[in-house]
Design a protein. Structure first.
Length: 260
């Protein structure tokens, strides 16, 4: 249950889609227990992407019995619009979105926070920069990630080693600027699958155009087994979306803030 409207230092946004397996293993309790120990004010925004396995009911049950928690019920449009709705509904001065499975655990936020003292607008977790640690990653997934990052550097976002780690933090102003400008991953199209896509790339592409200050920070990441990834189909669609991002830019999609 969301508490009274007071100032919030940090918002943690957790997008979900059919997450009963992760809920059953206690990820929400882990995130909540960590935040309860912190001295700063915080909130958890649970933004659901049209789950069909009971996840939404479980999220509402969690919200009912825990303070500083808000649930957003979205139609199934994919991770991009789902994260965007959570980020824009949040109240925190700093806003972190993290994968629901906690592949990068919530306590890694401690690595990101110091950079905001140096006036960074965006601080992103990375599995590629020196000091990062990976655990239990299948070889084919690692090769897929390396190949995709190469194409990202060549065609869209240069200077960032890992655009796809699902652990990114924004100032409130950066979030309010960037998320309404999503074009390839804007809200509006109801999906029939769990495709995540390259919305992180579009966000960072826009951020670079806006000359926002970005830090890339090494984090711990462990592979969580999932059946949602189709290596061939997903890789192909993500590469096509890189082209769409460039075309969207050529058509002026990122020249002004647009409402979703």
């Amino acid at each position: 249950m969301q508490s009274a409207k007071t100032s919030v230092r940090i918002s943690v946004i957790l997008p979900s889609y059919n997450e009963m397996q992760n809920i059953s293993r206690g990820v929400l309790d882990e995130v909540y227990a960590y935040l309860e120990k912190q001295s700063y004010s915080w909130e958890i925004v649970l933004t659901d992407d049209g789950s069909t396995d009971g996840t939404l009911d479980a999220l509402y049950a969690f919200e009912k019995t825990h303070d500083h928690v808000m649930v957003i019920n979205n139609p199934h449009q994919g991770k991009g619009p789902t994260v965007a709705n959570g980020m824009l509904a949040a109240r925190g001065k700093l806003r972190l979105f993290s994968d629901f499975d906690q592949a990068t655990p919530i306590h890694e936020v401690e690595r990101l926070l110091p950079f905001f003292d140096d006036r960074y607008d965006i601080v992103i977790g990375s599995r590629e920069v020196q000091g990062a640690r990976r655990e239990k990653e299948p070889f084919h997934r690692h090769i897929m990630g390396k190949g995709f990052n190469l194409f990202v550097k060549l065609f869209t976002v240069r200077g960032i080693q890992d655009t796809q780690c699902g652990f990114k933090m924004f100032t409130d102003q950066a979030a309010k600027t960037l998320f309404p400008m999503l074009s390839v991953y804007k809200a509006g199209n109801v999906r029939g699958d769990a495709f995540t896509g390259a919305f992180d790339v579009e966000l960072l592409y826009i951020a670079k155009k806006k000359n926002l200050k970005i830090a890339e920070v090494p984090v711990f990441w462990k592979h969580i087994k999932t059946n949602r990834v189709d290596p061939i189909k997903d890789s192909t669609r993500m590469l096509i979306d890189l082209v769409k991002i460039r075309f969207s830019d050529m058509l002026g999609a990122y020249s002004e803030t647009r409402k979703q």
